[in-house]
Design a protein around this ligand. Sequence first.
Ligand SMILES: CC(C)(COP(=O)(O)OP(=O)(O)OC[C@H]1O[C@@H](n2cnc3c(N)ncnc32)[C@H](O)[C@@H]1OP(=O)(O)O)[C@@H](O)C(=O)NCCC(=O)NCCS
Length: 175
Amino acid sequence: MANDEPVVGAGLVIRPMREADAAQVLAIYQAGLDTGQASFETVAPSWEVFIAGKLPHLRYVAADAGTGEVVGWVAASAVSPRPVYAGVVEHSVYVHPGCQAHGIGRALMSAFITAGEDAGVWTIQSGIFPENTASLALHEALGFRIVGTRERLGRHHGRWRDVLIMERRSAATGH
Ligand SMILES: CC(C)(COP(=O)(O)OP(=O)(O)OC[C@H]1O[C@@H](n2cnc3c(N)ncnc32)[C@H](O)[C@@H]1OP(=O)(O)O)[C@@H](O)C(=O)NCCC(=O)NCCS
């Protein structure tokens, strides 16, 4: 997908994330954090902190084609500055709580995977709590596999929690 080319389907547009999306993106992020199953983070950061380190060509939102309302987002960061890992990224995906289970996460991830492959990304990885069944199912459906479990990796609301590492190795890029 070219960086500025929107993908339209079933009332949904997938397009690059813009600064004007900040409030909606961060509100969706906070709603995901409030579930307690999305991340160790508990409070969404400022836009400046959020955007720092996110790869500019791998940030997308899903928006309602009619109203323009942002209903979900995906964004990735490089895992390392080392050249050998140039095609390895780590991502997050969040869908508005009122819009989940309507294929928006799948649409965002599909567009993101294609954009990543077009940009030379060969491995996408993410850390996911074992209790986050929706995210596990979404990622498994899109070709991610569980690499392993990192045990009691960090403390969340006072409780040590495991994290599953999932990754998708591209069959199209990095050969
Ligand atoms: C995880 C999340 C992004 C999924 O987005 P979504 O738009 O609801 O997912 P989709 O409707 O596109 O579903 C895609 C697939 O995921 C799976 N899935 C989604 N929700 C599910 C649920 N509640 N239970 C089981 N499987 C689920 C299904 O396999 C589905 O496949 P299908 O389309 O063949 O039914 C969304 O639930 C979310 O934003 N959660 C809060 C934030 C979060 O946890 N982010 C991930 C951090 S790792």
